[in-house]
Structure formats: C-alpha cells, structure tokens
Write a protein that binds this ligand. Structure first.
Ligand code: AVJ
Length: 333
C-alpha cells in the first residue's frame, strides 16, 4: 500500500470520514482510537477493558459465562434466583430500575418479573448487547417502559426524567465494579449515591476473595475462550483502527495478584516486533505485556467499608454457601 493510500485509510478509520463533502465524526470511534494510542504509548502498555465488548467480544464473554471454570455468573444467578422475593422487596415494587452494564440481562428478566418496576433503564457500552436484551425484555413485558442508553458508566450519566417520583434503584450486577480500581469504585459508588438521592438504593454484585487457584482457573479456562476474548481486543484494533497486530505473536496471561487483590490480564509479546496503527508505530520487546484488565476481588468487610465511605449504608448481603459472590443491598445513608 502506498503511503498516500494508507494515510487516507487511517483517516477514515479514525472515527472521521468524508461523505458527500461533509465530515462525519463518530465520537465513540474517536475515543477508542485516542485511548488505544495513549495506552500503547505508556511504559507499561495498557488498554481499557471496556473495549472488549464489540459484537465479537460480547459473544465471547457470553461463552465465558457458560464455562465450567467461570463461577461468577452461575453463582450470582443462583443467589438471585434463590432470593428473588427478598431482592424485590428490598428494591420496592414500582421503583425505577437503572441497570449498569446490562449485557445479556438474564438476571434482570427474573428480577423484573417479580419486582415490576415502573420503568427499566438499561445502560450498556455495547449497543449490540443492549438491543438484544431490550428486544427479549420488551417481548416478555409488553407494558414495561424501557429507556435504553448506550453509555460508558465510567462517566457520570444524567438519569432520564421518565421516572416521575418513583424511587430510583441502581442495579449493578455481574461484578463489573471489579474492573475499577478501589478509588475509582468508591468514586463510582459516590456518584451513584448522588444519583439515587436520599430515598434511593443500590443492588450491586461483587466477586469475593477466595482461594487463588479457583480465581486462576476462572481466568485461564481449558478451552481458551478467555484467551480468545483477550486477543479479540487486538483484532478489534485491526478492524476498527486499521492496526496490523499479528494476534499469533501474543499470548494470554492472567494471574491473581494477592497484594492488590485482583486478577490481572495481560497480552504478552512472544517475540520482539513492531505494530502499526495508522501512522503510529509501537515496538514490543520479547515478553513485554499489554495490561488489558483488572478484576478486583473484595472481602465482605472491604466492600462494606467502601460503600460506607461513599455514603451508603450496607443494609443487606445475599451470598452463596461458599461465599464466593456477594449481592449487596445498599441504602442511601
Ligand atoms: C465482566 C468484568 C465481571 O472480571 O470476571 C471475564 C470480565 N474477564 N473473564 C470479570 C472477564 C475475563 C469479567 N467482568
């Protein structure tokens, strides 16, 4: 490809394109490009995990959730089924239910059936995942008002004014909060506390600390689905930003860091080489990693302290017999 052609191609792929003499800008694509270029320029190369979830990544994540080794989804679903009435009572019938990172929304369908919220507002970074989930939900609950929002929960969101004076309850299942550092998680809880107001509440699913071997297996499954999920991030950069990553030159590496209390996922270069993204070039040493995800694990005590510091009263805890996963019921303090 000539230099000229490549420049034009990277311009189109960077989130801007020219159609009929007008410039069209896709802000999500612009942000993706900016975050990737910034992340790969750091001494410890890093990519934000929110970019895992394009259509292919969302499918791979759904496969992860069904893996024998990946206990969180199954465990949280079990807790939710077992305590459905109690969870609904805690949220209060007729509440406005705002869900972050709704994804497939299997647990939500169960909760909605019993809770009967006045309005359901799912927020997800993946429009594809959101569309699928909303379609199923609308079919099952034809009278339920649904306001779906494509957004990234790391930035404050203005809650749509559709809820009247219904109590606002934020539902944040799936241990998605684990992707945030502890300080970010506290800031997120504080922001949510501000959103729900003095009568509001929050239901949040949190993966709990446990035997490191159980954690290790969950992020190093035998079928390699987690590896494919991790590597898809590079393939996505190739597809959407015109990168030339050779995914075979990277290996999936995940481990539990007990000091930090988190699983870390990395993509490790198998050999020294360079990668181009548009006009940018990034070189890798043999064994150099891109840090792609943190998944923080909490003790019950740690999470309750975090919630209390954010202005919530930790009022309820639903958990499984092994205490592997916790669903915390938080009330505005
Ligand atoms: C969606 C963030 C909860 O941390 O377990 C699964 C993502 N990464 N396997 C997690 C994930 C690798 C997942 N969360």
């Amino acid at each position: 490809m000539g230099g000229d052609q490549r420049d034009r191609r990277s311009e189109q792929l960077g989130g801007h394109r020219f159609v009929g003499g007008a410039q069209f800008t896709d802000l999500a694509a612009v942000n993706f490009r900016k975050d990737v270029l910034e992340g790969l320029a750091r001494p410890q190369k890093a990519l934000p995990p929110k970019y895992f979830y394009d259509a292919a990544g969302s499918k791979l994540f759904e496969r992860i959730c069904r893996l024998r080794e990946y206990y969180p989804t199954r465990t949280e679903l079990g807790i939710t089924k077992r305590h459905l009435r109690d969870l609904a009572r805690f949220a209060g019938p007729g509440c406005a239910l705002l869900e972050y990172g709704s994804g497939e929304s299997l647990k939500t369908r169960l909760l909605v059936r019993v809770l009967r919220p006045s309005v359901y507002m799912p927020v997800d970074i993946s429009t594809d995942a959101l569309r699928g989930a909303v379609k199923r939900l609308a079919r099952e609950f034809p009278k339920l008002g649904i306001v779906a929002i494509t957004a990234d929960f790391s930035h404050p969101l203005t809650v749509p004014a559709y809820r009247g004076d219904a109590r606002l309850v934020v539902y944040f299942p799936g241990s998605t909060i684990g992707n945030l550092r502890r300080d970010e998680a506290q800031a997120f809880l504080k922001m949510t506390r501000g959103q729900v107001g003095p009568r509001g509440a929050m239901l949040v699913g949190v993966d709990l600390k446990k035997d490191a071997n159980v954690l290790h297996a969950a992020y190093n499954d035998a079928k390699g689905v987690t590896a494919d999920f991790n590597l898809n991030l590079l393939a996505r950069i190739n597809r959407e930003l015109g990168g030339d990553f050779d995914v075979r030159r990277f290996g999936h590496y995940a481990f539990y860091n007990p000091m930090a209390g988190r699983i870390e996922m990395h993509l490790v270069a198998r050999e020294a080489h360079a990668v181009n993204i548009g006009n940018y070039r990034f070189s890798f040493h043999r064994g150099e990693s891109i840090h792609t995800e943190n998944s923080y694990k909490y003790s019950v005590q740690e999470f309750e302290t975090l919630a209390a510091n954010a202005g919530f009263k930790p009022a309820k805890l639903w958990t499984d017999a092994r205490r592997w996963f916790g669903v915390f019921g938080l009330l505005a303090a």
